[in-house]
Design a protein around this ligand. Structure first.
Ligand code: NCD
Ligand code: ZN
Length: 359
């Protein structure tokens, strides 16, 4: 249970896991990885690289490249996922899962988000793959948005749930499914009342901002991500869900770094880099909702239990100390000084700071 010391405000909790993380590769990965490894013990790593991770060899090489950047004093386990395409090999997926290379498989509807052009065009093409996944227990992670141009961008999650998720769960009642980065009251209600093996991740940014953030005094691409932030009523609903103590809702940051130039362009990329202070950002939400005692279960237990992973043995401590978030995160490697990443909460103060990792 979360240990809260009120005389000298600190919270100690079991080391958390990030159940949805974009690390990228190469020098960007090298630049952003320490933000995650300083606090998380494990992370489910998204496969939307260019080219996407669709084979066992690619997944092995990617995992190796991540691990090669981590110093020996840090315990961090990347849980690598496969990227589903219309013609993905069912045998390759099965073998990859059995060899513990693929932790899960990710479904991006084609062109729904960053690097999803090779994603799934027709979900029905994958029905035999889902059958296999259901049989062997390979979890299906879903970017739950339709892409039809006649569906309003703010309705895309709700329409996906009705049109695709509901029938999918009916057809594969034993399939383990995670609806990733939920953004609507519709998703909250659907997940919490589901009789199936369905969980959902919730990001820090969708708990902090509503869609106004993107248009405050002008267009602000720093707050543009997919699924896009919705109206205030949805943010309120997500905050209730995250702090409800319901085990179907768990931590997944969807931290998605993009260089400044790629965000701030005529066609700015979707994605918010929140790993730099993700746990502090979540802690602030739980404090505001008077639910700090529920943070540990959300961050460190529900996700692990959903996936059948053992709980982590180590603990982290946060203390109530205001901390200013930098305006920009420098990059290592082959970048010029003009290139950087803007973190979520840039220039703001957060109330909690990470103290240490205890063993
Ligand atoms: C993600 C990215 O940049 O890879 N972007 C985002 O806005 N969340 C992809 C995704 O998870 O949709
Ligand atoms: Zn994502």
């Amino acid at each position: 249970m979360t240990n809260i010391n009120l005389s000298q405000p600190t919270i100690t909790l079991r080391q958390p896991d990030d159940m949805h993380l974009h690390l990228r590769d190469g020098d960007v990965m090298r630049s952003v990885l320490p933000a995650s490894t300083r606090v998380f013990r494990r992370a489910v790593i998204m496969p939307n690289l260019a080219p996407p991770i669709t084979t066992i060899d690619q997944a092995k090489a990617y995992k190796k490249s991540i691990l090669s950047e981590i110093t020996k004093d840090i315990n961090f386990l990347p849980l690598v996922t496969a990227y589903l395409t219309d013609d993905i090999s069912s045998d390759e997926l099965k073998k990859g899962f059995e060899e513990q290379v693929f932790f899960a498989a990710k479904l991006y509807p084609a062109n729904a988000t960053t690097n999803s052009s090779s994603g799934v065009r027709d979900i029905r093409n994958l029905y035999s793959v889902f059958e296999m996944m259901e049989q062997i227990g390979l979890p299906l992670l879903i970017h739950g948005e339709v892409t039809d141009s006649d569906v309003d961008i703010f309705d895309r999650e709700a329409v996906f749930i009705e049109k695709y998720l509901q029938p999918l769960l009916k057809d594969f009642p034993l399939l383990k499914v995670v609806l990733e980065h939920i953004t609507t009251q519709n998703a909250v209600q659907f997940v919490e009342s589901s009789e199936y093996n369905l969980g959902a991740t919730i990001t820090p940014h969708h708990l902090h901002i509503n869609r106004n953030a993107m248009f405050h005094g002008g267009f602000r691409s720093d707050f543009y991500c997919l699924p896009v932030a919705k109206r205030e009523q949805h943010r309120v609903s997500l905050r209730r869900a995250a702090t409800s103590g319901k085990s179907c809702f768990f931590l997944g940051t969807d931290s998605a770094p993009h260089l400044r130039d790629a965000k701030e362009s005529a066609c700015g990329c979707a994605g918010i880099f929140n790993a730099f202070n993700a746990i502090e950002s979540y802690a602030q939400v739980f404090e505001e909702e008077n639910a700090l005692e529920k943070l540990e279960a959300f961050a460190s237990e529900f996700g692990a239990r959903f996936y059948g992973l053992p709980l982590n043995n180590d603990f982290i401590t946060l203390e109530k100390r205001r901390c200013k978030v930098p305006d920009r995160i420098p990059l290592v490697g082959s970048f010029s000084e003009k290139e950087f990443i803007v973190p979520f909460h840039a220039g703001e103060y957060l109330n909690w700071s990470l103290v240490n990792t205890q063993t």
